[in-house]
Design a protein around this ligand. Sequence first.
Ligand code: NAD
Ligand code: UFG
Length: 338
Amino acid sequence: MKVLVTGGAGYIGSHTVLELLRLEHEVTVIDDLSNSSIESIRRVEKLSARKVKFYQGNILDKNLLRTVFGRNTFTTVIHFAGYKAVGESIKEPLSYYHNNITGTISLVEEMLKYRVHNLIFSSSATVYGSASVPPYNENSELGQPTSPYGQTKLIIEQVLQDVVSSNSDFKVSSLRYFNPIGADESGEIGEDPKGIPNNLMPFISQVASGKLDKLSIFGSDYKTEDGTCERDYVHVTDLANGHVNALNWIEKQKLSVFEVFNLGTGKPSSVLQMVNSFQQHTKQRIPFEIVDKRPGDLAAFWADVNKAERDLNWSAKKSLRNMMEDTWNWQKNNPNGY
Ligand code: NAD
Ligand code: UFG
């Protein structure tokens, strides 16, 4: 199949492009490299021994979109491009609303003009907010996300649902990721955050490599088994394969449809369990201290994954051990990222 991937040089995008190439799909990427490096694309090409058609630019740039859609034919667009830092979105809400929401509208307008009718969208478990009790299933009530970033995901899902209602050809699969971590087992591609990481796994792995002194654990008196927050961590290669299955699913849909799927493992792990698991499987020591809670964090959430298993025929295969070993493999081979 011929697939356009926006944000394909980024963390989840590059792993998805790799899995698509391994299955011999033809992949075109648009990425402005605002949060990534062209090196990820080079490495994906090397690992798969296949080529990517790459356009460097912004999905807000209509001329670029017209060039890309005018010169290529696509069956499906997988849309990762967007900003994703929760804290930054609180400081710069307009840049998040503009890039994520206007960016998606700009993309969908051109898709409709060029009659490309299948869209797979990167949503997030953050749309559930605190309204429901975990495990979240796709019918769980949607909450009030605690950041502008989270709001953009909720609003984009609504926009896409409205486009589907107005157009008898348009099909959308919105994938709500839980907590993606890990790296391709080659250790050649992985998560490469700029500056000090906000997320748990990149922080742990940079403590292990000596770039950071110690981990701060945000709170230890949550109502969870060991008092630290629980999340559903899913290996990025499993997540990438979830997109491959969603691609097969969307191509089979005859009628216009908007369907959401949770992508997670269905199992929660606490921050302390993650630290212990990393230490056990990589033999690296992770010094930590317990500090105040981080505003906006929920105590625990994880996915009900039955719908993805049933309809996408997808389930996460990789263990916590794989996630730890692969994270460390990437980090130690690439201490300064790409
Ligand atoms: P990432 O930042 O590594 O990848 C996003 C890519 O999009 C980057 O390469 C960036 O340069 C590019 N980009 C951003 N705005 C663009 C624009 N306007 N035009 C063209 N390119 C643009 O992030 P990721 O972790 O790979 O996340 C991918 C998607 O998944 C995002 O939409 C994110 O919100 C969503 N998501 C991520 C997580 C997570 O924990 N990583 C969780 C849930 C959802
Ligand atoms: N944590 C620490 N110390 C750190 C970083 C994180 O203790 O230095 C804890 C957090 O308090 C949380 C857990 O580790 O309990 C996971 O935190 P992350 O920042 O890695 O992930 P979140 O669950 O907060 O957020 C992630 C994505 C968001 C997405 C959200 C819901 O980063 O984009 O999941 O899907 F919106």
